[in-house]
Design a protein. Structure first.
Length: 319
């Protein structure tokens, strides 16, 4: 990333593009008439509190990170075009928006001079795309060419997960691109909110309560397993986890930590294969590893061929 002059601590970056932005300020809230396009679909708004969790999820699916001012109407066409392009990918990536006037620390961490600024985020690594308002041609290159390239690059790095779908957003998106993701069930609302805010431990507990009332709720089981996975991996150093697994092949905890890293990175077969191989040769330590595998199984769709294959391998390895 190019080096920039560091903003002063606590400095609001509102209007940092130029003083003329003051002429373009609007008072309407996002989604209201005359206001900025609202979040929704595969578009989220990020705060300093939720930013670390968002960075962590970039190891599961790629993120397009937009630093902007939702009160500056000159940025609305860009935000809307990016949202339409991202939503059109059906969850292959997510658009995360940061209001730099309210979340200045994020802009400072990225060494951004102003808004708008656009980054691609893969496995926690930001790649700067642009600073300043793009021309119509540049914006079209981003939506038509660069976004598919980001998805392809992520897939080459094993980042193949799907971003969660959020209800809400504007109704003027492109026809035929409405995602088909299900609405969050009422009983899941609190747990879902916690997960979106990065409180994965709290989300896992909330989903566990849902399962107490309905043990057959497969969606709650899946989301609980995902929350547990994200909570365990929040502070994990990927290289250290892999090295520990290589150094301690007989250590169940080390192998499970490495398997978590693989699951986060989309290497599902590697993750499950590692644990099944461990069970085959370490029967005395089987219980916690078997429980972890069951969590992984619940994350996959029932029709996923990797699930059936891993279950067969597990059944053979246990006896």
């Amino acid at each position: 990333m190019a080096q920039h002059d560091q903003p002063q601590p606590g400095l609001s970056l509102a209007g940092a593009v130029d003083l003329g932005s003051l002429k373009h300020q609007v008072d309407a809230q996002p989604g209201q008439a005359g206001g900025a396009p609202a979040a929704g679909g595969y578009v989220i708004d990020v705060t300093e509190a939720s930013f670390p969790a968002m960075v962590q999820t970039s190891a599961t699916y790629p993120i397009l990170l937009l630093l902007w001012l939702p009160t500056d109407d000159r940025l609305f066409p860009m935000a809307r075009a990016l949202a339409d392009a991202v939503n059109g990918q059906g969850g292959k990536l997510q658009l995360a928006r940061v209001d730099v006037s309210a979340q200045a620390q994020i802009a400072q961490a990225l060494q951004a001079k102003g808004a708008p600024a656009l980054y691609a985020l893969l496995a926690g690594r930001p790649m700067p795309i642009l600073e300043g308002l793009p021309s119509a041609e540049e914006l079209q290159q981003i939506t038509d060419q660069l976004i598919p390239q980001i998805i392809q690059l992520a897939q080459q790095q094993g980042i193949t997960g799907s971003a969660p779908y959020q209800e809400g957003g504007d109704s003027d998106g492109q026809e035929g691109q409405e995602p088909t993701a299900p609405t969050v069930p009422p009983a899941h609302q609190e747990a879902h909110r916690m997960a979106q805010e990065g409180d994965y431990a709290g989300a896992a507990r909330a989903y566990a309560k849902v399962l107490e009332g309905d043990p057959g709720d497969q969606l709650a089981a899946r989301e609980r397993a995902k929350a547990l996975l994200m909570d365990r991996s929040a502070q994990v150093d990927v290289r250290e986890a892999r090295q520990a697994a290589a150094d301690r092949p007989d250590d169940a905890d080390a192998q499970m930590a490495a398997a978590d890293v693989d699951m986060i990175g989309g290497k599902v077969e590697d993750a499950m294969g590692r644990l099944i191989d461990f069970i085959a040769t370490h029967k005395a330590q089987m219980t916690p590893v078997h429980d972890r595998l069951l969590e992984y199984f619940s994350i996959l769709e029932p029709s996923d061929p990797r699930l059936a294959a891993s279950r067969r391998r597990l059944a053979t390895s246990m006896y």
